[in-house]
Design a protein around this ligand. Sequence first.
Ligand code: PBG
Length: 327
Amino acid sequence: MQPITHRYRRNRTNEAMRRLVRETTLSTGDLIYPMFVVEGLGVKREISTMPGNYHLSIDMLLRECEMLAGLGIPAVNLFGYCEDKDEKGTGAYDDQGLIQRAVRALRQEIPELYLQTDIALDPYTTTGHDGLVVGDEIVNDETVDVLCRMAVSHAAAGVHMVSPSDMMDGRIGAIRKALDAEGFEKVSIMSYAAKYASSFYGPFRGALDSAPRSGDKKTYQMDPANVREAVKEVLLDIEEGADVVMVKPALAYLDVIHEVRRHIQVPLAAYHVSGEYGMILAAAEKGWVDKERAMLEATLAIKRAGADMVLTYFAPELARYLADHPM
Ligand code: PBG
């Protein structure tokens, strides 16, 4: 046998050495936890399509968020379950709406927690679309006006960051302008800049009863085949004023995260979405993968691809794990 001159295994000798040579790490500070708020009192109901996640009334949301802040999770991203959906999604910008009340309560009770709210109409419209529907079209500019009202009402309630997930054209610039005009220049925007028309949103739509009643979202969400287009979308949103941009989903789009990262200087988020979460859970339930290891590997991969922060339903579990096993 030839003498072996390179022995890379020396750098993998034990966990201590592996930590020293680790190129990417995961910390609780990277995590954003998406949460689902419902009307009522004392409600904490596991979401059937997303085991381990809950529908929470505002009082229970406060308790849960106290726990999350205690774990060191920096931010939550709130989605509201709207009970009176209508064609125009008017619940979205009701100053006494569920999300607006939740934000006020959280700002008051847990000031250290960074609050993000989702901006899009799909939980509020009977059509299940992110925008207003006229005939069989999801109309752009009229929707943007409503999204601006929604963002301003969340800002008035005290949210730190609004997070438009709708993929209408021009909404980041319009929302920035609307916020500034109302004196909310300190409120940040995280844009779902490259959001794909994905099959992996199913469990989330189950959680909010927000699946489109007809048609699909392919005229506004991106074609999974495209990556150059993602770069264009992201650069435009930054130009329009996004403070943070997002790629979504994450695990099936690691190449998109990587490519986008090379083109931008602003922070990049990635959303490990409900269907991606569900795949790990379901496989673990069958005994086919180890849930904890799969969760860690998937989240680390999203960071390795280039994300600075990860929206993930594993956030509480990851935080608990990382408290005992810092990377
Ligand atoms: C819609 C929205 C969706 C998600 C976040 N915001 C679903 C959709 O576009 O239909 C999905 C999140 C997930 O699947 O975890 N505005």
